[in-house]
Design a binder for this molecule. Structure first.
Ligand code: UTP
Length: 289
Protein backbone atom coordinates (compact mmCIF):
# COMPACT_ATOMS: atom_id res chain seq x y z
CA UNK A 1 0.00 0.00 0.00
CA UNK A 2 1.88 3.05 -1.25
CA UNK A 3 0.78 6.60 -0.38
CA UNK A 4 1.31 8.86 -3.39
CA UNK A 5 -1.20 11.68 -2.89
CA UNK A 6 -1.86 14.27 -0.22
CA UNK A 7 -4.78 16.56 0.56
CA UNK A 8 -4.34 19.87 2.38
CA UNK A 9 -7.64 21.31 3.58
CA UNK A 10 -7.20 25.08 3.63
CA UNK A 11 -10.71 26.42 3.15
CA UNK A 12 -11.49 27.42 6.74
CA UNK A 13 -12.46 30.99 7.54
CA UNK A 14 -9.62 31.58 9.99
CA UNK A 15 -11.79 33.46 12.46
CA UNK A 16 -9.22 33.10 15.26
CA UNK A 17 -6.74 35.20 13.29
CA UNK A 18 -8.99 38.12 12.34
CA UNK A 19 -8.71 40.86 11.21
CA UNK A 20 -5.58 39.80 9.22
CA UNK A 21 -7.36 36.80 7.71
CA UNK A 22 -10.24 38.87 6.34
CA UNK A 23 -8.34 39.16 3.04
CA UNK A 24 -5.09 37.22 3.55
CA UNK A 25 -5.59 33.44 3.86
CA UNK A 26 -4.13 32.30 7.19
CA UNK A 27 -2.16 29.66 5.26
CA UNK A 28 -0.39 32.54 3.46
CA UNK A 29 0.66 34.43 6.59
CA UNK A 30 4.47 34.40 6.63
CA UNK A 31 6.42 32.45 9.23
CA UNK A 32 9.68 34.39 8.96
CA UNK A 33 10.12 34.45 5.15
CA UNK A 34 7.78 31.74 3.83
CA UNK A 35 4.02 31.31 3.96
CA UNK A 36 2.77 28.66 6.40
CA UNK A 37 1.42 26.55 3.54
CA UNK A 38 4.91 26.20 2.02
CA UNK A 39 6.20 24.44 5.15
CA UNK A 40 3.37 21.93 4.83
CA UNK A 41 3.95 21.31 1.13
CA UNK A 42 7.68 20.91 1.85
CA UNK A 43 6.87 18.29 4.51
CA UNK A 44 4.72 16.29 2.06
CA UNK A 45 7.34 16.59 -0.71
CA UNK A 46 10.11 15.48 1.68
CA UNK A 47 8.06 12.36 2.44
CA UNK A 48 8.01 11.50 -1.27
CA UNK A 49 4.51 12.75 -2.16
CA UNK A 50 4.29 14.19 -5.66
CA UNK A 51 0.59 15.04 -6.12
CA UNK A 52 -1.04 17.41 -3.68
CA UNK A 53 -4.61 18.71 -3.66
CA UNK A 54 -5.26 21.94 -1.78
CA UNK A 55 -8.89 22.45 -0.79
CA UNK A 56 -9.47 26.16 -1.11
CA UNK A 57 -12.27 28.73 -1.41
CA UNK A 58 -13.14 31.92 -3.26
CA UNK A 59 -11.14 34.13 -0.91
CA UNK A 60 -7.87 32.19 -1.22
CA UNK A 61 -6.58 32.59 -4.77
CA UNK A 62 -3.29 33.96 -3.37
CA UNK A 63 -2.43 30.33 -2.64
CA UNK A 64 -2.47 29.13 -6.26
CA UNK A 65 -0.65 32.27 -7.45
CA UNK A 66 2.15 31.63 -4.97
CA UNK A 67 2.92 28.10 -6.17
CA UNK A 68 3.13 29.22 -9.81
CA UNK A 69 5.96 30.70 -11.90
CA UNK A 70 6.18 34.51 -12.08
CA UNK A 71 8.20 35.30 -15.26
CA UNK A 72 8.39 39.13 -14.86
CA UNK A 73 9.72 38.84 -11.32
CA UNK A 74 12.12 36.01 -12.21
CA UNK A 75 13.56 37.96 -15.19
CA UNK A 76 14.11 40.98 -12.94
CA UNK A 77 15.87 38.87 -10.30
CA UNK A 78 18.02 37.20 -12.97
CA UNK A 79 19.07 40.60 -14.43
CA UNK A 80 19.87 41.91 -10.96
CA UNK A 81 22.03 38.84 -10.19
CA UNK A 82 19.80 37.97 -7.23
CA UNK A 83 20.41 34.24 -7.57
CA UNK A 84 19.35 33.22 -4.10
CA UNK A 85 15.99 35.03 -4.36
CA UNK A 86 15.47 33.60 -7.85
CA UNK A 87 16.10 30.10 -6.57
CA UNK A 88 13.68 30.59 -3.65
CA UNK A 89 10.92 31.94 -5.88
CA UNK A 90 11.26 29.06 -8.37
CA UNK A 91 11.67 26.40 -5.66
CA UNK A 92 8.20 27.07 -4.25
CA UNK A 93 6.63 26.45 -7.66
CA UNK A 94 8.58 23.24 -8.26
CA UNK A 95 7.93 21.44 -4.96
CA UNK A 96 5.15 19.16 -6.24
CA UNK A 97 2.26 18.87 -8.69
CA UNK A 98 -0.30 21.01 -6.92
CA UNK A 99 -4.00 20.79 -7.73
CA UNK A 100 -6.84 22.84 -6.32
CA UNK A 101 -10.51 22.24 -5.64
CA UNK A 102 -12.92 24.64 -4.03
CA UNK A 103 -15.05 23.87 -1.05
CA UNK A 104 -18.01 25.96 -2.16
CA UNK A 105 -19.55 26.13 1.31
CA UNK A 106 -17.62 26.15 4.59
CA UNK A 107 -19.29 23.07 6.05
CA UNK A 108 -16.42 21.71 8.10
CA UNK A 109 -13.18 19.76 7.82
CA UNK A 110 -14.91 16.45 7.00
CA UNK A 111 -16.74 18.12 4.14
CA UNK A 112 -13.47 19.67 2.87
CA UNK A 113 -11.85 16.20 2.80
CA UNK A 114 -14.87 14.76 1.02
CA UNK A 115 -14.23 17.28 -1.80
CA UNK A 116 -11.01 15.34 -2.51
CA UNK A 117 -12.85 12.14 -3.44
CA UNK A 118 -12.34 12.38 -7.23
CA UNK A 119 -8.69 13.42 -6.88
CA UNK A 120 -7.91 10.55 -4.53
CA UNK A 121 -9.79 7.74 -6.26
CA UNK A 122 -9.34 4.31 -4.72
CA UNK A 123 -6.02 4.61 -2.90
CA UNK A 124 -4.76 5.63 0.54
CA UNK A 125 -3.88 9.30 0.89
CA UNK A 126 -2.21 11.67 3.30
CA UNK A 127 -3.97 14.62 4.96
CA UNK A 128 -2.03 17.59 6.34
CA UNK A 129 -4.05 20.35 8.00
CA UNK A 130 -3.30 23.77 6.54
CA UNK A 131 -2.56 25.46 9.85
CA UNK A 132 -0.62 22.74 11.70
CA UNK A 133 3.11 23.15 11.11
CA UNK A 134 5.53 20.43 12.23
CA UNK A 135 9.23 20.56 13.07
CA UNK A 136 10.84 17.11 13.13
CA UNK A 137 13.89 15.14 12.02
CA UNK A 138 11.81 12.83 9.78
CA UNK A 139 8.74 14.40 8.11
CA UNK A 140 5.78 13.70 10.40
CA UNK A 141 3.61 12.61 7.50
CA UNK A 142 6.40 10.21 6.47
CA UNK A 143 6.32 8.65 9.98
CA UNK A 144 2.58 8.04 9.53
CA UNK A 145 3.01 6.69 6.00
CA UNK A 146 5.55 4.13 7.23
CA UNK A 147 3.16 2.89 9.95
CA UNK A 148 0.16 2.85 7.60
CA UNK A 149 2.13 0.80 5.08
CA UNK A 150 3.48 -1.59 7.72
CA UNK A 151 0.06 -2.33 9.23
CA UNK A 152 -1.97 -1.88 6.01
CA UNK A 153 -4.11 0.56 7.97
CA UNK A 154 -5.23 4.15 8.22
CA UNK A 155 -3.01 6.16 10.57
CA UNK A 156 -3.53 9.24 12.71
CA UNK A 157 -0.75 11.39 14.18
CA UNK A 158 -1.06 11.75 17.96
CA UNK A 159 0.77 13.18 20.93
CA UNK A 160 -0.01 13.28 24.63
CA UNK A 161 -1.52 16.56 25.80
CA UNK A 162 -2.15 17.55 29.43
CA UNK A 163 -5.37 15.91 30.66
CA UNK A 164 -6.63 19.37 31.60
CA UNK A 165 -6.46 20.32 27.88
CA UNK A 166 -7.86 17.15 26.27
CA UNK A 167 -11.37 18.67 26.08
CA UNK A 168 -10.05 20.87 23.23
CA UNK A 169 -8.91 17.85 21.17
CA UNK A 170 -10.02 14.41 20.00
CA UNK A 171 -9.25 11.79 22.69
CA UNK A 172 -8.30 8.29 21.50
CA UNK A 173 -8.82 4.79 22.85
CA UNK A 174 -5.41 3.15 22.32
CA UNK A 175 -3.79 -0.29 22.71
CA UNK A 176 0.01 -0.51 22.27
CA UNK A 177 1.33 -2.36 19.21
CA UNK A 178 4.99 -1.33 19.38
CA UNK A 179 7.00 1.64 20.56
CA UNK A 180 5.15 4.83 19.53
CA UNK A 181 2.44 2.92 17.60
CA UNK A 182 -1.01 1.97 18.93
CA UNK A 183 -4.12 0.36 17.60
CA UNK A 184 -7.10 2.68 17.96
CA UNK A 185 -10.69 1.49 18.02
CA UNK A 186 -12.62 4.50 19.29
CA UNK A 187 -12.30 8.24 19.75
CA UNK A 188 -14.29 11.18 21.00
CA UNK A 189 -14.08 14.78 19.79
CA UNK A 190 -13.86 17.48 22.48
CA UNK A 191 -14.70 15.05 25.30
CA UNK A 192 -16.41 15.91 28.58
CA UNK A 193 -14.35 14.61 31.57
CA UNK A 194 -16.36 11.34 31.83
CA UNK A 195 -15.85 10.65 28.09
CA UNK A 196 -12.03 10.86 27.99
CA UNK A 197 -10.37 7.66 26.65
CA UNK A 198 -6.76 8.82 27.06
CA UNK A 199 -4.66 11.96 26.82
CA UNK A 200 -3.51 10.96 23.32
CA UNK A 201 -4.94 13.58 20.95
CA UNK A 202 -4.96 13.73 17.14
CA UNK A 203 -2.77 16.59 15.88
CA UNK A 204 -3.18 17.55 12.24
CA UNK A 205 -1.74 14.60 10.27
CA UNK A 206 -3.50 11.52 8.87
CA UNK A 207 -3.12 8.74 6.32
CA UNK A 208 -6.57 7.55 5.30
CA UNK A 209 -7.96 4.68 3.32
CA UNK A 210 -10.56 5.67 0.72
CA UNK A 211 -13.32 4.03 2.80
CA UNK A 212 -13.52 7.39 4.61
CA UNK A 213 -15.36 8.91 1.63
CA UNK A 214 -18.40 6.59 1.92
CA UNK A 215 -18.64 7.55 5.57
CA UNK A 216 -18.27 11.32 5.03
CA UNK A 217 -20.74 11.33 2.16
CA UNK A 218 -23.66 10.36 4.39
CA UNK A 219 -22.49 11.91 7.62
CA UNK A 220 -24.73 14.29 9.59
CA UNK A 221 -23.28 17.55 10.94
CA UNK A 222 -21.67 17.16 14.38
CA UNK A 223 -19.97 19.52 16.82
CA UNK A 224 -20.58 23.18 15.89
CA UNK A 225 -23.03 22.16 13.14
CA UNK A 226 -20.07 21.16 10.88
CA UNK A 227 -19.27 17.86 9.14
CA UNK A 228 -16.44 16.77 11.45
CA UNK A 229 -13.57 14.63 10.18
CA UNK A 230 -13.19 13.04 13.60
CA UNK A 231 -16.79 11.74 13.53
CA UNK A 232 -15.91 10.03 10.24
CA UNK A 233 -12.65 8.67 11.70
CA UNK A 234 -14.57 7.31 14.71
CA UNK A 235 -16.66 5.26 12.30
CA UNK A 236 -13.69 4.29 10.09
CA UNK A 237 -11.70 2.87 13.03
CA UNK A 238 -14.65 0.58 13.86
CA UNK A 239 -14.96 -0.66 10.26
CA UNK A 240 -11.25 -0.95 9.35
CA UNK A 241 -7.85 -1.14 11.00
CA UNK A 242 -6.47 2.19 12.22
CA UNK A 243 -3.22 2.91 14.02
CA UNK A 244 -2.20 5.96 16.04
CA UNK A 245 1.41 7.12 15.69
CA UNK A 246 2.95 9.05 18.58
CA UNK A 247 5.09 11.07 16.18
CA UNK A 248 8.51 12.55 16.87
CA UNK A 249 8.44 16.31 16.39
CA UNK A 250 6.98 19.59 17.61
CA UNK A 251 3.61 20.77 16.38
CA UNK A 252 2.62 24.43 16.08
CA UNK A 253 -1.04 25.39 15.74
CA UNK A 254 -0.50 28.50 13.63
CA UNK A 255 -4.26 29.04 13.32
CA UNK A 256 -4.29 30.89 16.64
CA UNK A 257 -2.29 33.93 17.61
CA UNK A 258 -0.16 32.35 20.35
CA UNK A 259 0.77 29.30 18.25
CA UNK A 260 1.57 31.57 15.32
CA UNK A 261 3.89 33.70 17.48
CA UNK A 262 5.60 30.61 18.97
CA UNK A 263 6.35 29.33 15.48
CA UNK A 264 7.53 32.77 14.35
CA UNK A 265 9.97 33.06 17.26
CA UNK A 266 11.29 29.47 17.04
CA UNK A 267 11.75 29.59 13.26
CA UNK A 268 13.40 33.03 13.47
CA UNK A 269 15.83 31.70 16.06
CA UNK A 270 16.82 28.90 13.64
CA UNK A 271 17.03 31.14 10.58
CA UNK A 272 20.61 32.04 9.51
CA UNK A 273 19.72 35.67 8.80
CA UNK A 274 17.82 36.36 12.01
CA UNK A 275 18.88 33.77 14.64
CA UNK A 276 21.81 35.54 16.32
CA UNK A 277 20.18 38.95 16.10
CA UNK A 278 16.91 37.69 17.65
CA UNK A 279 18.74 35.99 20.53
CA UNK A 280 20.36 39.31 21.48
CA UNK A 281 17.11 41.19 21.03
CA UNK A 282 15.19 38.72 23.25
CA UNK A 283 17.92 38.90 25.93
CA UNK A 284 17.60 42.69 26.00
CA UNK A 285 13.83 42.46 26.21
CA UNK A 286 13.92 39.81 28.94
CA UNK A 287 16.37 41.90 30.98
CA UNK A 288 14.03 44.87 30.79
CA UNK A 289 10.92 42.92 31.93
P1 UTP B 1 -9.78 24.98 11.80
O1 UTP B 1 -10.98 24.95 12.63
O2 UTP B 1 -8.45 25.00 12.48
O3 UTP B 1 -9.75 26.19 10.78
O4 UTP B 1 -9.84 23.79 10.77
P2 UTP B 1 -10.74 27.42 10.63
O5 UTP B 1 -12.15 26.96 10.54
O6 UTP B 1 -10.21 28.24 9.49
O7 UTP B 1 -10.40 28.15 11.99
P3 UTP B 1 -11.16 29.23 12.88
O8 UTP B 1 -11.67 28.42 14.03
O9 UTP B 1 -12.23 29.90 12.06
O10 UTP B 1 -10.08 30.19 13.27
C1 UTP B 1 -8.79 22.86 10.57
C2 UTP B 1 -8.40 22.81 9.11
O11 UTP B 1 -9.53 22.52 8.30
C3 UTP B 1 -9.70 23.47 7.28
C4 UTP B 1 -9.01 24.72 7.78
O12 UTP B 1 -8.56 25.51 6.69
C5 UTP B 1 -7.85 24.14 8.60
O13 UTP B 1 -6.74 23.83 7.79
N1 UTP B 1 -11.15 23.64 7.04
C6 UTP B 1 -11.99 23.86 8.10
C7 UTP B 1 -11.63 23.57 5.76
O14 UTP B 1 -10.87 23.38 4.78
N2 UTP B 1 -12.97 23.72 5.56
C8 UTP B 1 -13.84 23.93 6.58
O15 UTP B 1 -15.07 24.04 6.31
C9 UTP B 1 -13.34 24.00 7.88
Amino acid sequence: MKVRKAVIPAAGLGTRMLPATKTVPKEMLPLVDKPALQYIIEEAAAAGIEDILVVTNRAKSAMDDYFDYYPELETRLLQAGKDRELHEVRHAADLANIFYVRQKETKGLGHAIWRAKRFVGDEPFAVLLGDDIMRSRTPVIGQLMAAAEKYDASAVGVQQVPLSAISKYCSLKVEPLEERIFRTTDMVEKPRPEQVFSNYAILGRYVLKPGIFDILENQAPGYGGEIQLTDGLGELCKRERMVAVDFEGRRYDTGNLKGFLEATIDFSLEHPETGEWLKEFLKEKAAAL
